[in-house]
Design a protein around this ligand. Structure first.
Ligand code: GDP
Ligand code: IMO
Ligand code: MG
Length: 446
């Protein structure tokens, strides 16, 4: 028998997913965890996402480029489950390059579907008013994907082939556009509009599934970056007020080609309260002065559209739904500092519906739209937590609040965020996060 030492256990492949309606702080947390992994891969969504990272007093809002890109040497993958607006992606890359961020390790899947100018026009004509979409053409590109009319990134690489694809789909799209009183698009004009972007993207376009598998074979670990959030998921969200794809953790497998058997855990991100941007039900929404206070303190305006986000209290049954459908192992709670001036902190613990009280999230659309929240409240901590970095430094009432949330949703909290900056973060030890990444404190919270 050989006495050679056992190989070191490889670090795990983990999904980071929004547990609410998006904007939970995924960008901050992905950037924070990135030093522990080799690759960060986006698996769904498109330029509807806005992931903010504040690093060294610089603020970046990423739409499609993975949030590990600020960490030198890390590989970034835009997976096949995303939808890519080539023109918008090149603008995003130009902004990053101008800020000195290296893009040599950015890989774009040939299998991702593309958003072309007519998708944006259709989104704005058909969906923006009705659903409150971001108007970026995301839902329309996914519609074409499902309708087998889609054009993929790989199709752009051969102009004759790209034209053939456009010739097949544009007549149908133009008919739809005309029925909404919009101008039709010509094949030539579409090709011309995206030509410069194709040229720029060409060296980044790869079979990213094959690359991921090769890297994993050689011991690399992958962080899967979710976009949007659980309640915006096409199956598990508040349909039809959702985005058009699988935002939940399960989407990481089809969205990258890494099978479920290679995914080892899921870290959910939630705010210490709740927000939603766009239309749709939001049982714990708070309007009036308190809603305004949360919006102002949390700077709750859409990263992509600038729309004011709707604000409300933490909704425990909704989070339990997120724990279930994503298989959350552990949670990061962000924006605790926003609640500092609240005399009382409320949590939705159930709903009233037609004279009965429901204690679990009712997935049915006709029920979800008619819920009245049942709240419980605790005294606020009325102390500044902004910027705190140690659990012991939090006021007792903030501890009580966080422990209360853990009990209500039966999921441990491993990170608490007290500000947008990297170091404005509390690591709770020991936790699932430090079991996955024993060096987390040393690598990520320097
Ligand atoms: P994402 O889409 O999930 O990445 O979240 P967004 O970037 O759209 O929105 C989160 C916003 O909250 C960003 O502006 C972050 O800089 C900010 N943020 C993240 N964590 C904290 C925190 O703990 N406290 C405060 N005050 N802001 C935070
Ligand atoms: P990140 O990744 C918050 C919302 C839109 C709208 C609905 C459908 O930053 O958390 P779409 O343009 O996707 O067809 O719009 O989904 N939405 C988001 N809300 N954060 C996001 O992304 C979102 N992406 C889409 O506001 O209600
Ligand atoms: Mg966002």
């Amino acid at each position: 028998m050989s006495s050679s030492p056992l190989p070191e256990a490889p670090l795990p492949n983990i999904v980071i997913v929004g547990a609410q309606w998006g904007d939970e702080g995924k960008g901050k947390v992905v950037d924070l965890v990135a030093p522990c992994v080799d690759v960060v891969a986006r698996y769904s969504g498109g330029p509807n996402a806005g992931h903010t990272i504040v690093a060294d007093d610089r603020r970046f809002v990423l739409q499609l480029v993975p949030s590990g890109v600020l960490r030198p040497g890390k590989k970034s993958v835009i997976g096949g489950g995303t939808v890519v607006d080539p023109i918008a992606l090149v603008q995003e890359m130009d902004t990053l390059a101008a800020a000195g961020i290296g893009l040599d390790h950015l890989y774009l899947s040939h299998a991702a579907h593309v958003i072309l100018p007519y998708h944006r026009a259709l989104d704005q004509a058909m969906d923006q008013e009705r659903i409150g979409t971001t108007g970026k053409g995301v839902g329309q590109a996914y519609t074409d994907k499902a309708a087998r009319f889609g054009i993929r990134v790989g199709d752009l690489l051969d102009e004759a082939h790209f034209r053939e694809k456009l010739e097949a789909s544009l007549p149908v799209k133009n008919q739809l556009l005309r029925s909404f009183g919009r101008e039709p698009f010509a094949v030539d004009a579409v090709v011309k509009a995206v030509q410069p972007a194709i040229k720029r993207l060409r060296p980044h376009i790869k079979d990213t599934t094959l690359l991921l598998h090769r890297w994993m074979r050689d011991g690399a670990s992958v962080l899967f970056e979710g976009a949007q959030g659980t309640l915006l998921d096409i199956d598990h969200g508040t349909y039809p007020y959702i985005t058009a794809t699988s935002a939940t953790a399960g989407g990481a497998a089809p969205g990258t080609g890494v099978p479920p058997t290679r995914i080892n855990g899921v870290l959910g991100i939630t705010k210490a309260y709740a927000t939603r941007v766009g239309g749709g039900p939001f049982p714990t929404e708070v309007t009036g002065d308190l809603g305004e206070l949360i919006r102002a303190r949390g700077k709750e305006y859409g990263s992509v559209t600038g729309r004011p986000r709707r604000c409300g209290w933490f909704d425990a049954p909704l989070l339990r739904h997120a724990v279930r459908v994503n298989g959350l192992d552990t949670l990061a709670v962000t924006k605790l500092d926003v609640l500092d001036p609240c005399h009382a902190v409320l949590v939705g613990v159930g709903y009233r519906y037609k004279g009965t009280v429901l204690d679990e999230w009712p997935a049915e659309e006709r029920v979800v739209t008619k819920l009245e929240p049942v709240f419980e409240e605790r005294p606020g901590w009325l102390t500044e937590t902004a910027g705190l970095r140690a659990w012991e430094d939090l006021p007792g009432r903030a501890h009580d609040y966080l422990r209360w949330l853990e009990d209500l949703i039966d999921c441990e909290i491993s990170l608490v965020s007290t500000g947008p900056g990297r170091d404005e973060t509390i690591l709770v030890e020991p936790s699932r996060l430090t079991r996955w990444f024993p060096d987390f404190r040393r690598l990520c919270l320097r």
